[in-house]
Design a protein around this ligand. Structure first.
Ligand SMILES: Cc1cc2nc3c(=O)[nH]c(=O)nc-3n(C[C@H](O)[C@H](O)[C@H](O)COP(=O)(O)OP(=O)(O)OC[C@H]3O[C@@H](n4cnc5c(N)ncnc54)[C@H](O)[C@@H]3O)c2cc1C
Length: 398
């Protein structure tokens, strides 16, 4: 291990992995630090994403669980399918994706340090030193860095020192089971992203079933806590997942793994993105989409853009990350505002009747429009969705 690096990237999730990978490819000396002992730990994400990610980020197929070409929406009383012959998306194996990004870093001659956690940093005689703690021994490593990247996700450990106001954020808690099922049950959900909207499935949120690989499904629920949002619900997440196991599968399911995480999203993304030579990326700056909880793609995008600005910074061209922050505003901007609005409408509903109306409005969208709605957050499609919604209301009243 060296005593000094161009950049220390803290957190080897999709954001940190992608940022470190791009810096290493640009010939920078990078140390990618991760507190987990390996990538099987913290393997919490369902990994659903659009197919273009493979090309956009040069990802190999072996980081995938499977691919999908259908979307299904279930409510308490109805179900609807959209689809095409062509694959529209992927389900990542989150462990393999993160391991691949880290491997690309080391293959470029940079370093990965697992089992070490960011402790603190200090500036001494104009030099920045980062202190990293071994997770098992009490040893502390001191390493110099020109730039520090905060890619610690929901924990926001570096730029905000983990001390952000949780009460000011929208908290979204996701819990997921990886289950082994009978072939007939797998086939029912294969090649499909299935979403469940309705008080029966998850009040104040939604549930899903994603295919992972042959005879393995990911079954999860997410509940949003936005300020005053309180829809009556059973207390345990387990209650809802077990209902899914009971009502959505015909055969037995063997639970292989259970995982989950609480993510914090700041509406308006109004949190710091940089300070001096520290730049934050991914969930640490609310890149997660607030409506769909899709975060991998956007975390990687922020990692890519930060890497570009860090290269400029190291050249001495640009001594502020203001431009990076502006680029983030441009990318997220209005689309994230629209998603916040949708989140506040949909996950606040206390009546199934209203949620059924949302489902009816979705039904009027084509498969392409569903993809635009779910992954591109296109204003035109969102407007069409709301038009359908209000027409239904008008039809009911007249
Ligand atoms: C149940 C669930 C399902 C989801 N499903 C999807 C999905 O289908 N599709 C999708 O696109 N998104 C999904 N998401 C969201 C997505 O996984 C996240 O938005 C994305 O992983 C964020 O990437 P990140 O790199 O910013 O943060 P993370 O993936 O959280 O990575 C942060 C890393 O930093 C490390 N770290 C934290 N603190 C320290 C420290 N002090 N020192 C060293 N390392 C540290 C952590 O161990 C972690 O590895 C889901 C989320 C949940 C909870």
């Amino acid at each position: 291990m060296q005593s000094s690096y161009d950049a220390i990237v803290v957190g080897a999730g999709p954001a940190g992995g992608q940022c470190a990978r791009e810096l290493a490819k640009n010939g920078k000396k990078v140390l990618l630090v991760e507190k987990s002992k390996d990538f099987s730990v913290n393997n919490y994400s369902s990994g659903g994403a659009p197919a273009e990610m493979l090309g956009d980020y040069s990802l190999p197929r072996d980081v995938l669980g499977t691919m999908w070409n259908k979307i299904a929406l279930f409510t308490s009383t109805q179900r609807h399918y959209w689809g095409d012959e062509k694959y529209a998306g992927v389900v990542f194996d989150f462990m393999k994706l993160r391991a691949f990004l880290a491997q690309e870093v080391t293959q470029q001659g940079s370093e990965l340090l697992l089992d070490h956690s960011y402790h603190h940093h200090e500036v001494d005689h104009g030099k920045t030193y980062v202190y990293l703690r071994n997770m098992h021994k009490q040893d502390i490593l001191k390493v110099e860095a020109a730039v520090i990247v905060d890619a610690t996700g929901a924990e926001r450990k570096v730029l905000q020192n983990g001390k952000f106001e949780k009460k000011e954020a929208v908290a979204a808690t996701g819990v997921e089971y990886l289950v082994e099922v009978k072939s007939e049950d797998y086939q029912r959900y294969a090649k499909t992203l299935s979403f469940f909207l309705g008080l029966k499935w998850m009040p104040q949120g939604y549930a899903w079933i994603f295919p992972m690989e042959e005879n393995r499904l990911k079954i999860g629920v997410v509940r949003y806590f936005a300020h005053d949002m309180v829809v009556p619900h059973e207390l345990s997440y387990r209650h809802y997942i077990e209902r899914m196991l009971k009502e959505c599968l015909q055969g037995d399911a063997k639970i292989l793994d259970t995982h989950g995480k609480t993510m914090y999203y700041f509406e308006g993304q109004n949190e710091p993105r940089y300070e001096g030579n520290i730049v934050a990326i991914g969930d640490a700056i609310s890149t997660l989409n607030p409506m769909a909880s899709e975060g991998i793609r956007h975390a990687m995008y922020s990692g890519r853009m930060a890497a570009r600005r860090i290269v400029d910074y190291l050249k001495g061209d640009n001594q502020s990350f203001f431009k990076y922050s502006k680029e983030m505003d441009k990318y997220f901007g209005f689309r994230w505002k629209t998603s916040e609005y949708l989140m506040n409408c949909m996950y606040r509903e206390t009546k199934d009747e209203q949620l059924e109306r949302y489902a009816q409005s979705f039904k009027k969208l084509s498969f392409d429009e569903m993809l635009q709605f779910t992954f591109q957050y296109k204003l035109k499609t969102v407007a069409k969705f709301f038009w359908n919604y209000f027409i239904l209301d008008f039809g009911k009243k007249s």
